[in-house]
Design a protein around this ligand. Structure first.
Ligand SMILES: Nc1ncnc2c1ncn2[C@@H]1O[C@H](COP(=O)(O)OP(=O)(O)OP(=O)(O)O)[C@@H](O)[C@H]1O
Ligand SMILES: [Mg+2]
Length: 492
């Protein structure tokens, strides 16, 4: 459960928070001063801090400054009363996540708190782009083994090693945001914040103020100064989603901030500087938008320096089985159940479908099937109707028509058929050998042999051995330790 640290010296507040956030929703930890809060952070590792700006002892701003030194990614929301708003604005410049005016309405409070917790999770949950095959240490990852995805992984590695602006393009649901997070997590800014702005979600004036901030009185309704994301995200990474939807006027400001790092708040004349790494994404065809003069050519070239194209799922049907396995594991973990298996005809159907909604649609289909399947296995009839009876527009191509003979399932397919006779006799021999706790002992023994084998094959090169085994190098190291494999083993 998420942990919220509340720093406030008023006992009343603590009581009302306990009522607003019942123990089933949040783990609430309280501190009555900045000093106490700072002491608690390294002990309890909260996911979010809510703090009054006015505190006895160490001030709210100073507490915030020190929290940022301990962990720049820990979101801090300031609570302010009438008259202390200016302090809250100062706090935003220091990188506070948001602020709340007292007295606050419970729905607004919950919206901000849960929004910040989502952002915190996105900053912490490392997205791996190494092959993930160990269901046991379930990790959030980018799954795929097709040549097109190998290119994607290479690009992620290059982009993570650089600080250049990145442009990610691809159809809806292909994983653009996931890739942006992987780049961030493996970049040198990974200990700094990651904030996301959806450029299509706000009308132009509001979007500009979201990105660059505004001065008091900049427009009707601008009753106080506001700090924008570029300023707030100093040293961090800003994910600009749907960049193809920017208006021409905002594109001009965007070009400038990308080129020189400078901008002004809306209605302001002070030039500000921000050191922010931008990762932009779009599902639009930007070349087309440039041709139609909806997108500035110079901004396009500025963004297009390093482009990462995500292939649609229908171009890599070989990845479907891997993704299915991954999502079965993920839902099982979410519901603390054993992963279900998938019948061979259901998998064949999934591999033939065209997936207009790409990986997101596949993820939803597997979730649907997991919920409706009555037994241990997901059958054809458990799949959503769109998949089993695609409408005319989504009809698979003639080459892969539903009546075509099913392709043989790739090796990673969830085992539906019984194992081959060899495996069956091997299993019975292994059971003979390990009578107590057979599953654990057999898996460990086999895995140890696999690790040894891979190390011998690669003459002890752990990077290559990990790749061969389809595990991360960290996992390989853990196995070497767990199985007491000597690093200097005689490799013959
Ligand atoms: N290769 C992949 N491996 C595992 N999960 C993936 C992969 N690609 C996408 N997903 C999952 O699919 C869902 C959609 O991905 P994401 O939100 O990154 O797509 P998107 O390209 O940003 O889509 P949109 O254009 O609609 O915003 C997410 O739940 C994501 O975790
Ligand atoms: Mg997206």
């Amino acid at each position: 459960m998420d942990k919220l640290l509340l720093i406030d010296d008023e006992a009343d507040m603590l009581y009302s928070f306990r009522r607003i956030f019942p123990a089933t929703e949040l783990d609430l930890i309280t501190a009555s001063s900045g000093e106490e809060g700072l002491r608690l952070i390294p002990q309890v590792h909260p996911d979010l801090v809510l703090m009054d700006v006015r505190l006895g002892g160490l001030s709210g701003l100073e507490t915030l400054r020190r929290i940022r030194q301990i962990d720049a990614r820990l979101p801090v929301i300031l609570m302010t009363a009438y008259g202390t708003t200016q302090t809250a604005i100062e706090a935003m410049k220091l990188g506070a996540f948001d602020y709340l005016l007292k007295p606050f309405e419970v729905p607004r409070l919950k919206e901000i708190v849960f929004g910040a917790l989502r952002a915190a999770r996105a900053m912490r949950q490392v997205v791996s782009y190494q092959p993930l095959l160990d269901q046991e240490d379930f990790e959030l990852g980018i799954v795929g083994r097709s040549p097109a995805m190998q290119e994607v992984f290479k690009r992620i590695g290059q982009l993570a090693a650089s600080d250049a602006t990145a442009l990610i393009t691809g159809e809806s649901g292909t994983g653009k945001e996931l890739v942006a997070r992987a780049i961030y997590h493996h970049s040198r800014r990974s200990q700094q914040p990651f904030l996301a702005v959806n450029c299509a979600a706000l009308p132009e004036p509001l979007l500009e103020s979201e990105l660059f901030g505004h001065e008091k009185g900049a427009f009707t309704g601008a009753t106080s100064q506001r700090i924008g994301r570029f300023e707030q995200c100093h040293q961090g990474t800003l994910f600009l989603d749907e960049i193809g939807d920017l208006s021409l006027a905002t594109q001009t400001k965007m070009l400038r901030v990308l080129q020189s790092g400078t901008f002004e708040r809306v209605g302001g004349n002070q030039t500000l500087q921000a050191n922010v790494r931008v990762i932009a994404a779009t599902n639009q065809d930007l070349e087309q938008a440039v041709a139609e003069r909806r997108f500035r050519e110079d901004l396009f070239y500025r963004l297009n320096v390093v482009r990462l194209r995500l292939p649609p799922l229908r171009e890599r049907p070989g990845d479907v089985a891997l993704l299915v396995n991954y999502f079965l594991g993920k839902f099982a973990q979410d519901h603390a159940q054993r992963p279900k298996s998938l019948s061979a005809d259901a998998l064949a159907m999934l591999e033939r479908y065209r997936w207009p909604g790409n990986v997101r649609e596949l993820e939803n289909a597997i979730e649907h099937a997991t919920v409706v399947a009555k037994g241990e296995a997901i059958l054809l009839e458990d799949l959503p109707a769109e998949v089993t009876q695609p409408s005319a527009t989504h009809r698979p191509s003639a080459a892969a028509a539903p009546d075509a003979p099913p392709r043989s399932a790739p090796e990673a397919a969830p085992a539906a058929a019984s194992p081959s006779p060899d495996l069956a006799s091997l299993a019975s021999a292994l059971f003979q050998w390990a009578r107590q706790d057979p599953r654990r002992r057999i898996i460990d023994a086999v895995e140890r042999e696999l690790v040894l084998h891979a190390l011998r094959e690669t003459r002890g090169n752990q990077v290559q051995a990990a790749r061969l085994l389809g595990m991360t190098r960290a996992t390989l190291r853990k196995r070497i330790e767990r199985f007491h494999i000597k690093a200097d083993l005689h490799l013959s």
